[in-house]
Design a protein around this ligand. Structure first.
Ligand code: PMP
Length: 445
């Protein structure tokens, strides 16, 4: 009897490996978003990546808009980064002593970001914000920190506190295991609401050590500051003697050569960095003026250290990435591609009468599936009103079409120098089909 061979399911190997992974690692992942839970999909496992494309363990290929959540401005494994890392690896991967590449990268950062003449390298964005907070508390002798609902600064206990209680109230922990005493030191404000922040300062001003924010938010989806808002935040910090911590882990060297602070003419006291300065290898950094930074050990009393901090492989990859970005026209190229993608998505959504607003800054963007009549997303509350069911269906359809989007409505999409008009057009074609499918869903409108 003739037997027809049934085709292997598209994600068979990923599913097989995921089943094993969940027995060995919580949720089967090393970072929660990778589980694809919020989009109702089973995770794909990646075996290799090159340029703007990923290949999964079932040999499916994807145009990538996750780009490792931001570091890969030059794409996956660009030749110059590979060469720099290989060259460094030949000389050793970690010394436990200072290496010259740290100094070169610190110099490069200081040139691109005049507000950061001195940095301390760490291993992740989380470490950068955690240490920045410690420094701010030490420098001011105060305890409280203001953060904004929907801004993410890594999994630092004191910064894992969200809204819910709204401005002017003390925060409640949004992760189990965060001590409530610590959560009490975090005050929550709404992004883009200067009146709320003014009231918070009026109540607690003399106890506020720092205001920490993403100047351009990427972690509730891309949300931009309204005109005058950041100037107002800066002025309040000055008035009350609080430090302004600008978290540029995502936006640094992404939205402009000198980050959001250059683009928005913002003057942070402490800047947090990560992602791009490690070119895809683990890294973080925090920096500011010498008078502040010299309070860090061993120059000063604020203790902070790291076995692999300033790791020469990360430093080499970061320097090579910044070299690529220094090429004439790099940011214009990114901007043009992002504009094309953003406009194309809006047009495709409009054609199916799906309410969508694409918010963008340079090469980071988020298409929000907004409520009918909603014309923008200004803060966390508005972001939370978006239709995550529609986003999830859109995500799954795009994944099946070979487009890797962030597995959450509330993440930024990233474009790299490895993307070209061809991939943007392929993406828009797939998006048109996917939006056609979701427009048939009852929840879409
Ligand atoms: N700050 C911001 C603005 C981030 O986007 C992130 C990570 N996405 C972090 C801090 C934490 O960085 P890491 O994941 O390297 O700890």
């Amino acid at each position: 009897m003739a037997r027809t061979k049934t085709p292997k399911p598209r994600y068979a190997r990923s599913q097989e490996l995921s089943a094993l992974a969940v027995t060995l690692m919580p949720g089967g992942v090393s970072s929660p978003v990778r589980s694809f839970r919020s989009v109702g999909a089973s995770p794909v496992l990646i075996k290799e990546a090159k340029g703007c494309r990923l290949t999964d363990v079932d040999n499916n290929s994807y145009i990538d808009y996750v780009m490792s959540y931001g570091p890969l401005m030059a794409g996956h494994a660009p030749a110059a980064v590979r060469a720099a890392v290989a060259k460094q690896m030949d000389k050793g991967s970690a010394y436990g002593c200072t290496n010259e590449l740290e100094i070169r990268l610190a110099q490069r950062i200081a040139t691109l970001m005049p507000q950061v003449p001195m940095v301390r390298f760490v291993n992740s964005g989380t470490e950068a914000t955690m240490s920045a907070l410690r420094l701010a508390r030490a420098a001011t002798g105060r305890d409280l920190v203001v953060k904004f609902a929907g801004c993410y600064h890594g999994h630092v206990d004191a910064l894992l506190v969200e809204a819910g209680s709204g401005a002017m109230t003390h925060g409640t922990p949004s992760s189990a295991g965060v001590s409530s005493a610590l959560a009490q030191t975090t005050l929550i404000a709404q992004f883009n609401d200067l009146v709320g922040l003014t009231n918070l300062f009026a109540l607690h001003g003399p106890r506020i050590a720092a205001v920490a924010l993403e100047a351009i938010c990427g972690n509730m989806g891309v949300v931009l500051p309204v005109a005058g808002y950041l100037e107002g935040v800066r002025a309040l910090c000055d008035q009350y003697g609080a430090l302004l911590i600008v978290d540029e882990v995502m936006t640094g060297f992404r939205v402009a050569p000198g980050g959001a602070q250059q683009l928005l003419k913002l003057r942070p006291d402490i800047t947090c960095l990560g992602k791009i300065i490690g070119g895809g290898l683990p890294v973080g950094a925090y920096g500011g003026r010498a008078e502040l930074m010299n309070q860090i050990s061993p120059a000063g009393p604020v203790y902070q250290a790291g076995t692999l901090s300033g790791n020469p492989l990360s430093m080499a990859a970061g320097l090579a990435t910044l070299d690529i970005l220094a090429a004439e026209g790099a940011y214009t190229q990114l901007e043009n591609l992002a504009v094309k993608l953003a406009r194309g998505l809006e047009l495709a959504a409009a054609a199916f009468h799906i309410p969508m607003v694409v918010q963008r800054c340079g090469s980071m963007l988020t298409p929000f599936f907004v409520r009918p009549g909603q014309s923008e997303v200004r803060d966390y509350q508005q972001a939370m009103q978006c239709n995550t069911t529609t986003y999830a269906a859109f995500f799954r359809s795009m994944l099946d079409a070979g487009i890797m989007l962030p597995p959450s409505q509330f993440e930024a999409w990233f474009i790299s120098l490895a993307h070209t008009e061809i991939e943007i057009e392929q993406t828009l074609e797939a998006a048109t089909t996917a939006l056609g499918i979701v427009s048939q869903m009852p929840a879409a409108g």
